[in-house]
Design a protein around this ligand. Sequence first.
Ligand SMILES: *Cc1c(COP(=O)(O)O)cnc(C)c1O
Length: 344
Amino acid sequence: MPESPVDLRSDTVTRPTPAMRRAMAEAEVGDDVYGEDPTVRQLEAEVAAATAKAAALFVPSGTMGNQIAVLCHTERGDEMLLHEESHIYYYEAGAPAALAGVSARLLPGVRGRFGPEAVVAALRPANAHYPRPRLLCIENTHNRGGGSVWDPTAIAAVAAVGHGRGLAVHLDGARIWNASVALAVPVAQFCGPVDTVMCCLSKGLCAPVGSLLCGSVETIARARRYRKLLGGGMRQAGVLAAAGLVALRTMVDRLAEDHAHARFLAEGISSVRGFVVEPETVETNMVLLRTPSRPAAEVADALRALGVLCNATGPDTLRLVTHHDVSGADCERALPAFARVAAG
Ligand SMILES: *Cc1c(COP(=O)(O)O)cnc(C)c1O
């Protein structure tokens, strides 16, 4: 039988574990739009506690969680400040403009990070000509930054500047557990300086569906209304939340394995001609590879033919993502494919 491909496209491809499937089958449920699903309530309570926020809201996707945050913090015509390669700007179908009527002020910075000076430089004095800046977003870990980590001190520094100028601060923490494991710092420490945080259970934690938006009681009450407006009110969602609880309780610590596997791949590929990668820049479960002599899409096709799946994220950039469904043996099996592709 041919071996199955090594799928390094994303940690979203992870399938629910047997323990999750059992929990889903046995979940106690009710109508969550009436606030009557005990499993959803339990998940919301546990994630609110983990992020040290007063309340949390279960939403179908990270995109919906982020966009509800944008809606909660802004009015039409306002401006949001965020990194130029942010998921919210880059990968959410133009939703801030389409749904909230908000324009984006894009900040530069290496690997998705920026400092307080970038925020200060982007803020203009109040004037009838300018959109009102109302929201600052940061992303941790940073996806297009290659899984780079913002440490809590860096978050606090930019949040302080934002708050000082009257901006709300939202953290896109789709992979906040990866940041937490990488720095051995509890999730709550990253969330302390921000008003809202969105986190995903469906990435490295392997739940099939589900993200949470966390914040103050008042903000989450507004968020609940926006979730309904967007069509995200789910009924017996406890079936999904049950998998989320298993993810939260049992799948966090093992993310360290994914990080070690990413480092292993980067080190192995760093000696292959035709690929440029700096293993020391690998902070979590992603590896960015440059392919300076060939279009990345073509290289991805060649790798696919050899049983290694990955995504081109730019004209000469490939992204590898490690996760629960890629073992150490799979990573060893993937390395020769890079050498073969390089050899032509
Ligand atoms: C995956 C991701 C999201 C949300 O994605 P969904 O597919 O909508 O759940 C948000 N932000 C970042 C940084 C992500 O990587």
